[in-house]
Design a protein around this ligand. Structure first.
Ligand code: TYD
Length: 210
């Protein structure tokens, strides 16, 4: 379901695609328009989430069963939605999120090759099926987004083939539901990308109290 109050906008995409930059720029613009904005990210934007994030991304975790990984991302998400996202939407605010359910479908489903329908069921349960009004996919070839090999976290250290499956999954989800997705080429300049995001978000602000 989509919240009847507030507005939920998510940024998705591969590593190094500029989601954090764009989510911050969107927040600044929305605040200039007089909106109250909650900017959040997954995994790890709650006290319990921070501990889960260490397990999920810390190289010291080592091997983790793909199902356990999917469940921990879902646990982080449940906590995040209950504590931060739903309350803000109920207050009629704008929530801008850096990653959400689609990241699990792409990374744990397509990337780890778990059954996507299973991963989706778990995430839908974790969130009470709360869906974004808009998801912005910042699309980038994995070769361009992955940083130096040293310093990569557990997910970044996965193979190029893994990251290619992740990218394709985001694009397929967007293609299947154009009313709720905007795909932008992440190589476009920061300013142009931000303008394209604003153009798509502006008409959605009607339902938001300012
Ligand atoms: P983060 O440092 O927040 O990366 P980014 O800047 O790329 O968003 O790390 C999040 C990592 O966790 C990233 O590699 C994607 C991965 N991830 C999943 O595998 N499944 C998920 O459900 C989420 C939310 C993230």
């Amino acid at each position: 379901m989509h919240s009847a109050t507030g507005l939920l906008v998510c940024f998705e995409g591969g590593e190094g695609s500029g989601k954090s930059t764009q989510s911050r720029l969107l927040r600044s613009w929305l605040e200039e328009q007089g909106h109250t904005v909650v900017l959040t990210f997954e995994p790890g934007d709650t006290p319990v989430g921070r501990r889960l994030r260490e397990i999920l991304l810390g190289p010291e975790t080592g091997e983790l069963s793909p199902r356990a990984e999917a469940l921990i991302y879902a646990a982080d998400r449940a906590e995040h939605v209950d504590r931060l996202v739903r309350p803000a939407l109920e207050r009629g605010e704008v929530v801008v999120m850096d990653r959400y359910v689609d990241s699990s479908l792409a990374y744990q489903g397509a990337g780890r090759e778990l059954d996507v329908a299973d991963v989706e069921r778990v995430s839908r349960w974790a969130t009470g099926d709360l869906r974004p009004h808009l998801t912005v996919v910042l699309d980038l070839e994995p070769e361009q987004g992955l940083g130096r090999f040293e310093g990569r976290d557990r997910m970044e250290g996965e193979s190029l083939a893994f990251h290619r499956r992740v990218r394709e999954a985001f694009l397929r989800m967007a293609e299947a539901d154009p009313d709720h997705y905007l795909v932008l080429d992440a190589r476009t300049s920061v300013d142009e990308t931000a303008a394209a995001v604003r153009a798509r978000v502006a008409p959605l602000l009607g339902q938001v109290a300012s």
